[in-house]
Design a protein around this ligand. Sequence first.
Ligand SMILES: C[S@@+](CC[C@H](N)C(=O)[O-])C[C@H]1O[C@@H](n2cnc3c(N)ncnc32)[C@H](O)[C@@H]1O
Length: 170
Amino acid sequence: MRANNKNYVIAKEKKIRQYVIFKQKRKNNNIICLGGPNIENYVKELRSFGFNQIISYERDVKVFVKQISELKSKNVCLKQGDIRSNLTISNYFYDLDFCSTILCVKEFLPQIHKIEEFSITFSLRRCSLKDTIKIFFKGITDPTRYSYTTYKDTAAMVTFYTLNQKNYEI
Ligand SMILES: C[S@@+](CC[C@H](N)C(=O)[O-])C[C@H]1O[C@@H](n2cnc3c(N)ncnc32)[C@H](O)[C@@H]1O
């Protein structure tokens, strides 16, 4: 199924992982994200978790037009373009909810690991969990900074996320 035909509103397991991650204590209440085709619903969720400023990227023009026509919530900045070229903005939580495998961001991982707080989601359809974990943690000196959770959407998925300092301090 193509990304712009997907309905993330009914993706229950995805919602549970969003709840677990967004409920964590965090420093940054501004978010840079991939709003996707159900942006109004997603933005409402972000607001309910206390996010204030919201910047959403979308590179698919059709999905972007859908977002513009369906978004009613105020104070959301919609940007058409590739989020991978915009990974260095500080004081924002990044929700990198990709619908593809880790291979799409492999070359950007050094930049991604520099983001203070983020979650990142990959499909496991063409790259196994074992390989995805291996690629994600390659060269990482402090793996205790991260946790991950797997779930089933239309395909098996994995989300890696940074842990709040308090959660991993001994
Ligand atoms: C999984 S959806 C986001 C779902 C949303 N987070 C939610 O929970 O409802 C991912 C969206 O990001 C877009 N996308 C994928 N890779 C991208 C990239 N590198 N830059 C910008 N948009 C991208 C896709 O077209 C798709 O609309």
